[in-house]
Design a protein around this ligand. Structure first.
Ligand code: SF4
Ligand code: SF4
Length: 236
């Protein structure tokens, strides 16, 4: 971004992105290394001014205000990081299973910008149905989603996020699938997240559900911790 700024492509906004009047921040930066003598371009003479919309809109207040950020608190990072997602961020991702564009969407420089190169993704890939998404094998994930940028981190992290999204939707249709994930216990992070999700979705557990939860005996540390929280919530 610093090179793009010096090359006159745009300024670096308070959201840390390179922004131009023509494309907003919806652009891909590329570079060419050459030994040609090229006359340098002028830096642009506009910027954020007094605007602070992205700072106010950021759900985790992780933008510092000078173009830098507390990256570990950024939801884009959180949706790509391995392991259990911290409780604080689970609610904040809502139903977005990869990335976060709020600081771009809120930027006035992006208003009315329609860059087809930056926005052309099949809605079925950009917003997949969450329950079928949990059924994907490594092979089917690669076949269907392999070419989009969000797939680089692999299927398991996105499926963990899909479980969180189902919890945030309070989607009761997900209950059977979540129990299956817990019972199969193929992936400790999915198991622990699914136990938490059951606790979020089922507000008034019936006897069968109480029995189901009571009889779980998670071996993994994360699953054990989530199980204890749900048991406390359901007063088991
Ligand atoms: S991507 Fe989202 S969480 Fe990250 S800085 Fe922007 S608004 Fe905040
Ligand atoms: S939203 Fe406002 S403060 Fe943030 S990058 Fe855009 S112009 Fe700058």
């Amino acid at each position: 971004t610093a090179v793009a700024k010096r090359a006159g492509i745009g300024f670096i906004g308070k959201n840390g992105l390179v922004i131009s009047k023509e494309y907003g921040s919806y652009m891909y930066l590329g570079e060419l290394i050459t030994n040609l003598e090229i006359e340098p371009d002028q830096e642009v003479d506009y910027g954020c001014g007094d605007c602070r919309r992205c700072l106010d809109a950021c759900p985790t207040s992780c933008l510092i205000g000078d173009g830098t950020m507390n990256a570990r608190r950024c939801l884009s990072f959180q949706t790509q990081d391995k392991g259990m997602m911290d409780m604080e961020f689970r609610k904040k991702i809502k139903t977005v299973i990869y990335g976060c564009d709020i600081c771009q969407i809120s930027c006035p420089y992006n208003r009315g910008i329609d860059n087809p190169l930056a926005s052309e993704i099949d809605p079925e890939l950009a917003m997949p149905e969450l329950l079928p998404f949990l059924e994907l094998t490594n092979k089917s994930f690669k076949e269907k989603f392999g070419l989009i940028a969000g797939s680089w981190r692999g299927k398991n992290i996105l499926q963990r996020n899909a479980i969180i999204a189902l919890a945030n939707l309070h989607d009761r249709n997900a209950i059977v699938k979540l129990m299956e994930i817990v019972d199969k216990n193929n992936n400790p992070i999915h198991t622990a997240t699914a136990i938490w999700a059951l606790g979020e979705i089922v507000k008034k557990p019936d006897e069968a559900m109480l029995d189901y939860m009571r009889n779980l005996s998670p071996k993994d540390e994360d699953a054990q911790a989530e199980w204890e929280l749900v048991c406390a919530k359901w007063q088991i």
